[in-house]
Write a protein that binds this ligand. Structure first.
Ligand SMILES: Cc1cc2nc3c(=O)[nH]c(=O)nc-3n(C[C@H](O)[C@H](O)[C@H](O)COP(=O)(O)OP(=O)(O)OC[C@H]3O[C@@H](n4cnc5c(N)ncnc54)[C@H](O)[C@@H]3O)c2cc1C
Ligand SMILES: NC(=O)c1ccc[n+]([C@@H]2O[C@H](COP(=O)([O-])OP(=O)(O)OC[C@H]3O[C@@H](n4cnc5c(N)ncnc54)[C@H](O)[C@@H]3O)[C@@H](O)[C@H]2O)c1
Length: 490
């Protein structure tokens, strides 16, 4: 092999250095292979600079302030308002000032080669990288190519929207100013979290949503978040469409709604879902539609229309994989990284002549994507979810028992904050008497979630859960209350 080939041939090529691509590359290198990662923007991806980290930094101070104000003596010690400039400065630090040198150092230390530029699949096991100056490098993989190109904000076809300079989650996460009036289109996770953040930072927020708030989670959770937003002064328009958006000469944005109302704002944030970053990836020559989500099999191999791994080509085996947002299995950083660990290890196992263990809960399987997706929504109150909702369990055909309890009635919660309002639900599979879903909504419920996650992934029988004794007086006593409500004779 020539030196040029050595510099351009790797065991594994990963397109996209978001959290998922980084973790795939790390696992294959730890498995004794070589890996190169191709990135066209910042190493670290959406999560580090425009999504998870900066948005949670925008939310955190307000959450701490609310917690203090929920206790009478602490409330008296709080004398001022949130310092928005200090919040933005801390957010800047959490976004590493949009500089990826720290993550590049991490790649270096992990033994992963970085090739900057836009990656495109141009042949079997081949990726061509185009740099900003239009020069190209052709990279070849011996084992696999992994697509980890993530997703971007999707703009809905609302009249005038494209010309109104709308914010997407990127502009909201990276803003250096707090608009006096912010209109938010979309009541999903991004819309609800950003309405929470910006209203706490001083914006007058109006949120417009086609559906109820947070339609993907239990209705009681969305309702309590809606109540929290209204209490914070957010103007909610639920079950309503934005039909037209115009930006006037004085920079005011005017939104027309399907119920005839008009809303004026300084900025409009569009938070209506995501589109995959597969537009210019060479998918067409693999028989896939450019710009489509990638469907994958249990091994995360990319599937064609015939439900078989695409383009085995001359190598006679699957070589193209997709992990993270781009396969839409669970568009969350931690689930993408879970896929990355399984996939990286499986690629290394195959390269060493071993069959991956893809059985349910096997070492290289991504069973939790199907059975135990975890999510915390950092609104006020917080929402923590794992596994199925009542509706999801019914659709999946489970015979269930649904058990609810008032979180505010738990001693630990009453102690945590005056007037604590919240609720928790567990969904039990009647046939196996195990937990298959859990939702909690209330202040600071995020840290409750992992107990439920372990109960679901461990398939802990309900009889045994009675022996998991929650400490008194903590909010975790909700577990005992839920079990008592369910009763012991099932
Ligand atoms: C506002 C917001 C807040 C969020 N908050 C949370 C949260 O709190 N917790 C959570 O778990 N999830 C959160 N998410 C979701 C999370 O950001 C994603 O699930 C995660 O970033 C997906 O990681 P990824 O590596 O698949 O993709 P990405 O992070 O999108 O990374 C993909 C990378 O690929 C690069 N790329 C794309 N195409 C090419 C190409 N052709 N060539 C070279 N490089 C390319 C991109 O530049 C990017 O760096 C949030 C999302 C949003 C929008
Ligand atoms: N804390 C977290 O875990 C977190 C935070 C933010 C984002 N995320 C991830 O990012 C992804 C994207 O979030 P998102 O909020 O953009 O998407 P989403 O799918 O959660 O919500 C989109 C919302 O927009 C609504 N909508 C769609 N078209 C519309 C239109 N034309 N007009 C008005 N409303 C419309 C939908 O009904 C839905 O409620 C999510 O899948 C989520 O997993 C996670």
């Amino acid at each position: 092999m020539t030196t040029a080939e050595q510099n351009t041939t790797f065991d594994v090529l990963v397109i996209g250095a978001g959290p998922v691509g980084e973790n795939v590359a790390d696992r294959v290198v730890q498995g004794g292979l070589t890996a190169a990662i191709v990135e066209r923007e910042l190493v670290g991806g959406e999560c580090s600079y425009w999504a998870c980290m900066p948005t949670k930094a925008l939310l955190r101070d307000a959450a701490a302030l609310r917690a203090a104000r929920a206790l009478p003596a602490a409330r008296r010690a709080v004398t001022g308002d949130l310092d928005a400039a200090a919040v933005l400065a801390r957010r800047d630090r959490f976004a590493s000032d949009w500089n990826d040198s720290g993550q590049v150092d991490w790649l270096d230390n992990a033994g992963i080669s970085l090739i900057r530029g836009h990656g495109r699949i141009t042949d079997t096991l081949t990726v061509t990288v185009t740099r900003d100056d239009d020069t190209t490098t052709v990279l070849r993989a011996r084992q696999a190519v992994v697509i980890a190109t993530g997703s971007s904000a999707q703009l809905p076809p609302i009249r005038g929207l494209d010309d109104a300079a709308p914010w997407t989650s990127r502009e909201a996460a990276a803003t250096q100013t707090i608009p006096d009036r912010l209109a938010v289109i979309g009541g999903g996770v991004v819309g609800s979290e950003m309405a929470t953040a910006f209203s706490a930072l001083g914006s007058q927020v109006t949120l417009i949503s086609q559906a109820r708030l947070l339609p993907a989670v239990e209705a009681f959770a969305g309702d309590l978040v809606a109540e929290g937003l209204r209490n914070a002064g957010v103007d909610l328009h639920l079950g309503v469409d934005a039909t037209e958006v115009r930006r006037d000469g004085d920079r005011t944005v005017r939104l027309s709604l399907s119920d005839g109302q008009e809303i004026d704002a300084d900025e409009v944030l569009v938070a209506t879902g995501r589109t995959p970053n597969t537009e210019d990836l060479g998918l067409d020559q693999l028989g896939l539609a450019a710009g489509s989500w990638l469907s994958v099999d249990d091994a995360l191999a990319v599937l064609g229309d015939d439900d078989q791994p695409v383009a085995p080509g001359a190598v006679g085996r699957a070589w193209l994989y997709a992990a993270g947002d781009v396969n839409r299995r669970a568009m969350l950083t931690h689930h993408g990284k879970y896929q990355a660990r399984a996939l990286g290890d499986a690629i290394a196992a195959r390269a060493h002549g071993k069959e991956p263990d893809l059985d349910t809960w096997g070492r290289h399987a991504v069973t939790a994507d199907d059975r135990a997706v975890t999510q915390v929504i950092f609104t006020d109150p917080e929402v923590a979810v794992v596994g199925l909702s009542a509706e999801g369990a019914a659709v999946a055909g489970f015979a269930t028992r649904i058990v609810d309890h008032d979180l505010g009635a738990v001693a630990g919660a009453a102690l945590h904050a005056d007037g604590y309002r919240g609720r928790a639900r567990m969904i039990i599979d009647q046939d196996r008497n195990v937990l298959i879903g859990f939702t909690a909504v209330g202040p600071d419920v995020a840290e409750l979630l992992h107990a439920a996650t372990i109960a679901i992934t461990g398939e802990v029988p309900l009889d045994r859960l009675w022996h998991a004794v929650p400490a008194y007086p903590t909010i975790n006593e909700i577990w005992l209350r839920l079990l008592e409500t369910d009763g012991r004779d099932h």
